[in-house]
Design a protein around this ligand. Structure first.
Ligand SMILES: [Zn+2]
Ligand SMILES: [Zn+2]
Length: 273
Protein backbone atom coordinates (compact mmCIF):
# COMPACT_ATOMS: atom_id res chain seq x y z
CA UNK A 1 0.00 0.00 0.00
CA UNK A 2 2.77 2.40 1.00
CA UNK A 3 4.69 1.42 -2.10
CA UNK A 4 1.65 2.00 -4.27
CA UNK A 5 0.98 5.47 -2.88
CA UNK A 6 4.67 6.30 -3.19
CA UNK A 7 4.55 5.27 -6.85
CA UNK A 8 1.40 7.28 -7.46
CA UNK A 9 3.04 10.28 -5.87
CA UNK A 10 6.22 9.87 -7.94
CA UNK A 11 4.22 9.48 -11.11
CA UNK A 12 2.19 12.58 -10.34
CA UNK A 13 5.40 14.58 -10.00
CA UNK A 14 6.60 13.41 -13.37
CA UNK A 15 3.31 14.00 -15.11
CA UNK A 16 0.67 16.08 -13.35
CA UNK A 17 -2.00 15.16 -15.88
CA UNK A 18 -1.68 11.49 -14.97
CA UNK A 19 -2.65 12.06 -11.32
CA UNK A 20 -5.72 10.14 -10.19
CA UNK A 21 -8.84 12.29 -10.41
CA UNK A 22 -9.76 13.82 -7.06
CA UNK A 23 -13.41 12.92 -7.40
CA UNK A 24 -13.58 9.59 -9.28
CA UNK A 25 -10.07 8.30 -8.52
CA UNK A 26 -9.43 7.23 -12.11
CA UNK A 27 -6.30 8.04 -14.00
CA UNK A 28 -7.20 10.09 -16.99
CA UNK A 29 -6.49 13.36 -18.66
CA UNK A 30 -6.88 16.23 -16.25
CA UNK A 31 -9.21 19.15 -16.76
CA UNK A 32 -7.47 22.32 -17.84
CA UNK A 33 -10.19 24.38 -16.18
CA UNK A 34 -10.53 22.80 -12.74
CA UNK A 35 -7.66 21.62 -10.58
CA UNK A 36 -7.45 17.95 -9.63
CA UNK A 37 -10.36 16.50 -11.56
CA UNK A 38 -10.52 14.63 -14.85
CA UNK A 39 -12.28 15.75 -18.02
CA UNK A 40 -15.10 13.24 -17.62
CA UNK A 41 -15.91 14.59 -14.14
CA UNK A 42 -15.63 18.19 -15.38
CA UNK A 43 -18.14 17.50 -18.11
CA UNK A 44 -20.54 15.91 -15.63
CA UNK A 45 -20.79 19.02 -13.41
CA UNK A 46 -24.52 19.93 -13.23
CA UNK A 47 -24.13 23.68 -13.86
CA UNK A 48 -27.11 25.96 -13.49
CA UNK A 49 -26.56 28.10 -16.56
CA UNK A 50 -30.11 29.33 -17.01
CA UNK A 51 -31.97 29.54 -13.71
CA UNK A 52 -35.74 29.12 -14.01
CA UNK A 53 -36.39 31.19 -10.93
CA UNK A 54 -34.62 34.52 -11.36
CA UNK A 55 -35.06 35.29 -7.68
CA UNK A 56 -33.46 32.28 -6.01
CA UNK A 57 -31.56 30.86 -8.97
CA UNK A 58 -33.33 27.52 -8.91
CA UNK A 59 -33.01 25.37 -12.00
CA UNK A 60 -36.50 23.87 -11.65
CA UNK A 61 -39.92 25.47 -11.13
CA UNK A 62 -39.96 27.26 -7.80
CA UNK A 63 -43.08 27.46 -5.63
CA UNK A 64 -41.20 29.07 -2.71
CA UNK A 65 -40.55 32.43 -4.32
CA UNK A 66 -43.98 32.77 -5.92
CA UNK A 67 -45.89 31.59 -2.81
CA UNK A 68 -44.57 34.03 -0.27
CA UNK A 69 -45.67 37.50 -1.32
CA UNK A 70 -43.40 39.13 1.24
CA UNK A 71 -40.49 41.20 -0.06
CA UNK A 72 -37.13 39.47 0.06
CA UNK A 73 -34.11 41.20 1.59
CA UNK A 74 -31.91 39.89 -1.22
CA UNK A 75 -31.83 41.03 -4.83
CA UNK A 76 -31.25 37.47 -5.99
CA UNK A 77 -29.36 34.28 -5.33
CA UNK A 78 -27.26 32.49 -7.90
CA UNK A 79 -25.82 29.02 -7.44
CA UNK A 80 -23.11 27.35 -9.47
CA UNK A 81 -24.63 23.88 -9.58
CA UNK A 82 -27.70 21.82 -8.83
CA UNK A 83 -27.28 19.82 -5.61
CA UNK A 84 -27.29 16.35 -7.16
CA UNK A 85 -26.10 13.20 -5.37
CA UNK A 86 -22.69 13.59 -7.01
CA UNK A 87 -22.39 17.18 -5.81
CA UNK A 88 -23.50 16.09 -2.32
CA UNK A 89 -20.66 13.58 -2.32
CA UNK A 90 -18.13 16.27 -3.35
CA UNK A 91 -19.27 18.63 -0.64
CA UNK A 92 -19.30 15.82 1.92
CA UNK A 93 -15.70 14.94 1.09
CA UNK A 94 -14.71 18.52 1.74
CA UNK A 95 -16.93 19.61 4.59
CA UNK A 96 -17.27 16.49 6.71
CA UNK A 97 -14.25 14.43 5.74
CA UNK A 98 -11.95 17.42 5.62
CA UNK A 99 -10.41 16.71 2.22
CA UNK A 100 -8.94 20.15 1.63
CA UNK A 101 -8.02 19.40 -1.97
CA UNK A 102 -11.64 20.20 -2.78
CA UNK A 103 -11.32 23.81 -1.62
CA UNK A 104 -9.85 25.29 -4.84
CA UNK A 105 -12.19 23.20 -7.02
CA UNK A 106 -15.37 24.30 -5.24
CA UNK A 107 -14.09 27.88 -5.03
CA UNK A 108 -13.47 28.03 -8.78
CA UNK A 109 -16.93 26.64 -9.41
CA UNK A 110 -18.39 29.43 -7.27
CA UNK A 111 -16.29 31.91 -9.20
CA UNK A 112 -18.01 30.81 -12.37
CA UNK A 113 -21.38 31.61 -10.74
CA UNK A 114 -20.00 35.04 -9.84
CA UNK A 115 -19.15 35.69 -13.49
CA UNK A 116 -22.70 34.72 -14.49
CA UNK A 117 -24.16 37.08 -11.89
CA UNK A 118 -21.86 39.84 -13.06
CA UNK A 119 -22.81 39.33 -16.70
CA UNK A 120 -26.54 39.34 -15.90
CA UNK A 121 -26.22 42.60 -14.01
CA UNK A 122 -24.03 44.13 -16.67
CA UNK A 123 -26.66 43.29 -19.30
CA UNK A 124 -29.36 44.80 -17.12
CA UNK A 125 -27.32 48.00 -16.74
CA UNK A 126 -26.81 48.17 -20.49
CA UNK A 127 -30.55 47.85 -21.04
CA UNK A 128 -31.21 50.59 -18.52
CA UNK A 129 -28.78 52.96 -20.15
CA UNK A 130 -30.49 52.17 -23.53
CA UNK A 131 -27.13 52.30 -25.22
CA UNK A 132 -26.01 48.70 -25.28
CA UNK A 133 -22.76 49.68 -26.95
CA UNK A 134 -21.83 52.02 -24.17
CA UNK A 135 -21.86 50.45 -20.76
CA UNK A 136 -21.41 53.37 -18.45
CA UNK A 137 -20.09 51.32 -15.58
CA UNK A 138 -19.34 47.70 -15.05
CA UNK A 139 -21.10 45.78 -12.35
CA UNK A 140 -19.00 44.57 -9.47
CA UNK A 141 -19.53 43.39 -5.95
CA UNK A 142 -18.03 45.67 -3.29
CA UNK A 143 -17.79 43.24 -0.43
CA UNK A 144 -18.10 39.51 0.26
CA UNK A 145 -19.59 38.29 3.52
CA UNK A 146 -19.36 34.57 4.35
CA UNK A 147 -22.20 32.94 6.29
CA UNK A 148 -20.62 32.23 9.69
CA UNK A 149 -20.64 28.91 11.52
CA UNK A 150 -20.90 28.61 15.30
CA UNK A 151 -17.74 28.35 17.41
CA UNK A 152 -18.46 24.73 18.24
CA UNK A 153 -18.90 23.86 14.57
CA UNK A 154 -15.67 25.69 13.79
CA UNK A 155 -13.83 23.72 16.47
CA UNK A 156 -15.16 20.43 15.20
CA UNK A 157 -14.57 21.13 11.49
CA UNK A 158 -11.48 23.31 11.73
CA UNK A 159 -12.68 25.73 9.07
CA UNK A 160 -15.70 27.60 7.79
CA UNK A 161 -16.46 26.31 4.31
CA UNK A 162 -18.27 29.52 3.31
CA UNK A 163 -15.21 31.58 4.24
CA UNK A 164 -12.92 29.29 2.21
CA UNK A 165 -15.20 29.63 -0.82
CA UNK A 166 -15.23 33.41 -0.42
CA UNK A 167 -11.41 33.37 -0.14
CA UNK A 168 -11.07 31.98 -3.67
CA UNK A 169 -13.52 34.53 -5.06
CA UNK A 170 -11.91 37.37 -3.15
CA UNK A 171 -8.45 36.56 -4.51
CA UNK A 172 -9.59 36.08 -8.09
CA UNK A 173 -11.93 39.06 -8.32
CA UNK A 174 -10.13 41.43 -5.95
CA UNK A 175 -13.28 41.92 -3.90
CA UNK A 176 -12.58 42.26 -0.17
CA UNK A 177 -14.10 39.88 2.34
CA UNK A 178 -15.26 40.89 5.82
CA UNK A 179 -16.74 38.62 8.48
CA UNK A 180 -19.62 40.99 9.28
CA UNK A 181 -21.71 38.35 11.02
CA UNK A 182 -21.45 35.86 13.83
CA UNK A 183 -23.57 32.83 14.52
CA UNK A 184 -25.10 33.24 17.94
CA UNK A 185 -26.31 29.68 18.29
CA UNK A 186 -26.18 26.74 16.05
CA UNK A 187 -29.44 25.51 14.80
CA UNK A 188 -29.04 21.76 14.73
CA UNK A 189 -29.55 19.64 11.68
CA UNK A 190 -31.72 21.76 9.40
CA UNK A 191 -32.48 18.91 7.05
CA UNK A 192 -34.76 17.27 9.62
CA UNK A 193 -36.87 20.36 10.15
CA UNK A 194 -39.90 21.76 8.41
CA UNK A 195 -39.73 24.97 6.41
CA UNK A 196 -41.60 26.92 9.09
CA UNK A 197 -39.33 25.59 11.83
CA UNK A 198 -36.23 26.58 9.90
CA UNK A 199 -37.52 30.09 9.32
CA UNK A 200 -38.15 30.83 12.99
CA UNK A 201 -34.87 29.18 13.95
CA UNK A 202 -32.86 31.31 11.57
CA UNK A 203 -34.29 34.63 12.70
CA UNK A 204 -32.25 34.43 15.89
CA UNK A 205 -29.25 32.50 14.67
CA UNK A 206 -27.11 35.44 13.51
CA UNK A 207 -26.04 38.86 14.66
CA UNK A 208 -23.63 41.64 13.72
CA UNK A 209 -20.01 40.82 14.55
CA UNK A 210 -18.97 43.39 17.19
CA UNK A 211 -15.28 42.71 16.49
CA UNK A 212 -15.57 44.05 12.96
CA UNK A 213 -17.50 47.29 13.55
CA UNK A 214 -14.50 49.62 13.33
CA UNK A 215 -13.14 47.95 10.20
CA UNK A 216 -16.57 47.99 8.57
CA UNK A 217 -17.31 51.66 9.24
CA UNK A 218 -13.83 52.55 8.08
CA UNK A 219 -14.39 50.57 4.87
CA UNK A 220 -17.77 52.26 4.35
CA UNK A 221 -16.23 55.69 4.74
CA UNK A 222 -13.25 55.14 2.44
CA UNK A 223 -14.16 52.47 -0.10
CA UNK A 224 -17.91 52.74 -0.52
CA UNK A 225 -19.08 53.56 -4.08
CA UNK A 226 -20.35 57.13 -4.32
CA UNK A 227 -22.95 56.82 -7.07
CA UNK A 228 -24.95 53.74 -6.08
CA UNK A 229 -25.86 51.53 -3.13
CA UNK A 230 -23.16 49.28 -1.68
CA UNK A 231 -23.34 45.82 -3.28
CA UNK A 232 -22.67 43.01 -0.85
CA UNK A 233 -22.59 39.30 -1.68
CA UNK A 234 -23.36 36.77 1.02
CA UNK A 235 -21.46 33.54 0.33
CA UNK A 236 -22.48 30.06 1.42
CA UNK A 237 -22.15 26.47 0.26
CA UNK A 238 -25.82 25.48 -0.07
CA UNK A 239 -29.06 27.34 -0.68
CA UNK A 240 -32.00 25.25 0.51
CA UNK A 241 -34.94 27.35 1.66
CA UNK A 242 -33.00 30.59 1.65
CA UNK A 243 -33.80 31.24 5.31
CA UNK A 244 -30.10 31.42 6.26
CA UNK A 245 -29.32 33.87 3.48
CA UNK A 246 -32.36 36.03 4.23
CA UNK A 247 -31.54 36.21 7.93
CA UNK A 248 -27.97 37.27 7.10
CA UNK A 249 -29.13 39.80 4.50
CA UNK A 250 -31.52 41.49 6.93
CA UNK A 251 -28.76 42.08 9.46
CA UNK A 252 -26.32 43.39 6.84
CA UNK A 253 -28.90 45.84 5.47
CA UNK A 254 -29.64 47.04 8.98
CA UNK A 255 -25.91 47.48 9.66
CA UNK A 256 -25.75 49.73 6.61
CA UNK A 257 -28.79 51.74 7.68
CA UNK A 258 -27.28 52.21 11.14
CA UNK A 259 -24.51 54.19 9.45
CA UNK A 260 -26.83 55.84 6.95
CA UNK A 261 -25.95 53.75 3.88
CA UNK A 262 -28.10 51.69 1.53
CA UNK A 263 -26.85 48.16 1.04
CA UNK A 264 -28.04 45.85 -1.73
CA UNK A 265 -27.52 42.22 -0.81
CA UNK A 266 -27.00 39.39 -3.30
CA UNK A 267 -26.08 35.83 -2.55
CA UNK A 268 -23.82 33.31 -4.19
CA UNK A 269 -24.03 29.72 -3.15
CA UNK A 270 -22.08 26.79 -4.48
CA UNK A 271 -25.15 24.56 -4.88
CA UNK A 272 -28.93 24.99 -5.09
CA UNK A 273 -30.89 22.11 -3.59
ZN1 LIG B 1 -12.87 11.98 -12.60
ZN1 LIG C 1 -37.27 30.79 -6.47
Amino acid sequence: MAMFSWLTEARSLLSPSAMPCLTCGKLGSGSSQFPGICRVCTEAIPWIRFPRCLKCGRHVGCPDCTRSGEPSPIVCNRSAVAYTSVMREWLGQYKYRGNERYAPLLGLMLDSAYLTLKKENQNALALLSRKPSIISRSWSADLLVPVPVSDSRLMERGFNQAERLADVLSRRRKVPQLPLLIRTHHTGKQSFKSRAERLTDMKHAFSANPAITVQFTDWLKRKRPQDRPVQVIVVDDIYTTGSTIRACAEIIKQMGLDYGYMIEVYSLTWARS
